[in-house]
Design a protein around this ligand. Structure first.
Ligand code: BES
Ligand code: MN
Ligand code: ZN
Length: 504
């Protein structure tokens, strides 16, 4: 889909449908919606007076214009309450509106720049939110569906963002460009996560990373099992032991500030391409979801793609420990003791607590071998986080409050909700082992926190933030710009963070 700006009178653009908007409780629409209402002889205010159109968030009313104005149809999209309006409402409503028009079969769509007038958003912000909402809301993973009915299905070809004020058009276009870049990063992450585990193997993930590097001028390195052995990555290798698929440690580097190598950010993503649980095997119910246990790693690859195009003045180092967690004949067993790269010994209490094991070797590697000065890890780490926060909110924990605050701010701007949990030192006791320095499961209480505390033992003394996306990597329904399947969380947050740390 092409997204363009156009300086024009919205009542004259010749498209299949024009998206306008309405706040809840408004009886006389103003601005661009008001202009369309007038050109249609008060059709929109009549619908409001009749009680058919109320402006509720996400509600849609389609009006056919029968040649009275340029657009063949007008779609009135509800923005909800004015006090609750922000860029994320634009993203969500644009996602809903585009899917609605896709179902109708419209191929050329125009929209007003929601919020850029009375809504109080900047033109750039509005353009970005519209691009993200449209691209993410229309996303579908159909690679494996061969029925030819979908070949004929009409896709929206073009989205015109129409703005009367020529002075705003450049900023609008800039926002659209940024929105497209980050939405495509999230889309790449969604594709990797939606792909089943028989296809999205560690080897395939490494191939995708190489391709992203080639297209974006990034450095890419892939370490094989032998190199992991030389580096002493006993925890990562223990998880990989039960699988026929070879593990890969994927490194993607963006050098945006080569003069200052210490001006960097490490992003470490859990890359378990399938989590069967290993010998501590999971129940069959919903086990398929564990094809997405590499969502953290996918978000790292998607973010680096976006960063290679946004070009912030900072160095970003992505590290993805990729392996399956399978119960093969050479798999690790509960009770095994292994040694991580930093020399700490780990008792394997439960082979299903594999994420923390692969992450700690990747974190040690990022600090010791890549000189990472601050890092964020992203992982579908614990079922406990799903219990604590549900499916609408990522859990954040960290050792450095200023960095946590920056991550939270970046997430708010992206509309990817996060909530901080405390990294309570006193719970470290739960990770104590009789036989080794630490054990990989902390028992029943506060599972999301004890998992983070386990990671903290390997974070060294650099600022570090942990994001547990176990509740947010998948969606079981369509809503706003979220569709069924992978969400692409938290690619847009991470891109915002890199831009923020780079000072823009
Ligand atoms: N990948 C899972 C966590 C998960 C669960 C992600 C549900 C997404 C949805 C992780 O590897 C896991 O199995 N964690 C265990 C840890 C426990 C054994 C200490 C868990 O949460 O049950
Ligand atoms: Mn597991
Ligand atoms: Zn897992």
């Amino acid at each position: 889909m092409e997204i363009r700006t156009l300086a024009a009178d919205i009542t004259r653009v010749e498209v299949g449908a024009l998206i306008v908007n309405l706040f809840e409780g408004v009886t006389q629409p103003g601005g661009a919606t008001g202009a369309v209402d007038q050109a249609l002889g008060g059709a929109i205010s009549q619908l409001i007076a009749d009680g058919e159109t109320k402006g509720k968030k996400g509600a849609m009313t389609l009006i056919h214009t029968f040649g009275r104005i340029g657009p063949a149809r007008v779609l009135v999209a509800g923005l909800g309450k004015r006090e609750q309006f922000d860029a994320d409402v634009v993203r969500q409503v644009t996602g809903e509106a585009c899917r609605y028009l896709h179902r109708v079969g419209v191929q050329r769509v125009a929209t007003i720049a929601h919020g850029a007038g009375i809504g109080g958003l900047g033109a750039e912000e509005s353009g970005q939110a519209i691009a993200e909402g449209a691209l993410l809301g229309l996303y579908a993973f159909k690679r494996h569906i061969s029925s030819n009915s979908q070949d004929n299905e009409k896709e929206i070809q073009e989205l015109l963002v129409v703005e009367q004020d020529q002075a705003k058009v450049a900023a609008l276009a800039q926002g659209i460009e940024r929105g497209r870049i980050v939405a495509e990063g999230a889309t790449l992450a969604r594709d990797l996560v939606n792909e089943p585990a028989n296809i999205m193997t560690p080897t395939r993930m490494a191939e995708v990373a190489r391709q992203v590097a080639q297209e974006g001028g990034l450095e890419c390195q892939v370490l094989e099992r032998e190199q992991m052995q030389e580096l002493g990555m006993g925890a990562l290798l223990a998880v990989a032991a039960g699988s026929a698929q070879p593990p890969k440690l994927i490194i993607l580097k963006y050098n945006g500030d080569p003069q200052h190598p210490e001006n960097n950010l490490g992003i470490i993503g859990k890359g378990i391409t399938f989590d069967s649980g290993g010998i501590s095997i999971k129940p069959a119910q919903s086990m398929w979801e564990m094809k997405g246990d590499m969502s953290g790693g996918a978000s790292v690859i998607g973010t680096l793609q976006a960063i290679s195009r946004l070009k912030p003045k900072i160095n970003v180092i992505g590290v993805v420990p990729a392996t399956e967690n399978m119960p093969g004949g050479s798999a690790q067993r509960p009770g095994d003791i292994v040694k991580a790269m930093n020399g700490k010994s780990i008792e394997v209490d439960n082979t299903d607590a594999e994420g923390r094991m692969v992450l700690v070797d990747a974190m040690c590697y990022a600090r010791e071998k890549q000189g990472v000065r601050r890092m964020v890890d992203i992982a579908t780490l614990t079922g406990a986080m799903v219990v604590a926060l549900g499916n609408g909110c990522t859990g954040a924990l960290g050792t450095d409050q200023p960095l946590v605050d920056r991550v939270l701010r970046a997430s708010t701007a992206a509309g990817e909700k996060m909530w901080q949990l405390p990294l309570l030192e006193e719970y470290k006791e739960q990770n104590k082992s009789t036989w080794a320095d630490v054990k990989n499961s902390g028992g029943r209480g506060a599972g999301g926190i004890t998992a983070a505390l386990f990671l903290s033992e390997f974070a060294g003394d650099i600022p570090w933030v942990h994001l547990d996306i176990a509740g947010t990597f998948l969606s079981d329904k369509e809503k706003g710009y979220i569709v069924k399947g992978a969400t692409g969380v938290p690619v847009r947050t991470l891109a915002n963070l890199a831009l923020d740390l780079a000072g823009r």
